[in-house]
Design a protein around this ligand. Structure first.
Ligand SMILES: Nc1nc2c(c(=O)[nH]1)N[C@H]1C(S)=C(S)[C@@H](COP(=O)(O)O)O[C@H]1N2
Ligand SMILES: [Mo]
Length: 233
């Protein structure tokens, strides 16, 4: 699996990939709206892309209506649907290597919830389909020293973490479907996380590895100053 990361893919340099910030109003932030199947990303200013995705038929066609698509690497990583597996490892009795069918066999559920980014945009009434993370973790069997669940993206850069007790709540979903359709590539296909009641940065896209550990890793945005607890006030 190759992460799409090079500057040539997007034309963005580091300065243009200015991180979103909780007080993002003062930041000249650039965001990406990628077109599935196209080699290049359309680059527009943050506010423009929000209006575009909220209202345009392009946004609807991408299944991204109301969302702003984020990717810290500047691209959407590719994967092979035939060979894709999600790993569950670390402090567990039974490490798991799961195909999407095997994930579905562990648990299949839906959760209706609101998606909310810390920068202010909100998408209500979303139906997240997939497996409860708790069921996946139960299947793997946490060892007694497990206290955190660390998440890795196959984009090669993005990471996240949750306390095990939080991860075991039924509102944390390993998402394969959004509003009944398979997750689109911009939204993190084939698997992303959704953590209800927490800001969107916890909801890691292109999820490939779930690692139980005595210690948390410091996630991508946490390394950039975001609080580890992303609970929406
Ligand atoms: N791999 C990865 N996951 C990610 C991000 C990212 O840039 N890369 N951005 C996060 C942030 S800040 C938000 S608000 C949501 C946005 O989800 P969307 O791109 O599906 O709209 O994804 C989160 N997960
Ligand atoms: Mo976000």
């Amino acid at each position: 699996m190759k992460a799409v990361r090079s500057r040539a893919d997007t034309g963005l340099n580091e300065a243009e990939r200015t991180p979103e910030t909780p007080s993002g109003k003062n930041i000249s932030r650039r965001t990406l709206l990628g077109v599935i199947g196209a080699g290049a990303a359309l680059i527009v200013g943050g506010s423009t892309v929000q209006n575009l995705t909220a209202s345009s038929s392009l946004g609807s066609a991408l299944g991204t209506s109301g969302y702003t698509i984020y990717t810290v690497t500047g691209g959407f990583p590719t994967y092979d649907p035939q060979t894709f597996r999600i790993q569950v490892n670390g402090s567990v009795q039974h490490p798991l290597t799961l195909s999407l069918d095997e994930l579905k066999a562990i648990d299949s559920t839906t959760l209706k919830a609101t998606f909310q980014c810390v920068t202010g945009w909100i998408v209500p009434n979303q139906t997240f389909g997939g497996a409860r993370l708790a069921k996946v973790i139960e299947k793997a069997g946490p060892k007694s020293d497990a206290q955190y669940v660390n998440f890795t993206s196959f984009d090669g850069t993005y990471t996240e973490s949750l306390p095990l007790a939080r991860a075991m709540k039924s509102d944390v979903i390993v998402v394969t479907h959004l509003d009944g359709a398979p997750l689109s590539r911009p939204h993190g296909a084939p698997v992303r996380l959704f953590v209800d009641g927490e800001y969107g940065y916890k909801s890691i896209k292109w999820l490939s590895e779930i690692t139980l550990s005595p210690t948390p890793i410091v996630g991508y945005w946490e390394q950039n100053g975001y609080p580890n607890n992303a609970t929406i006030a």
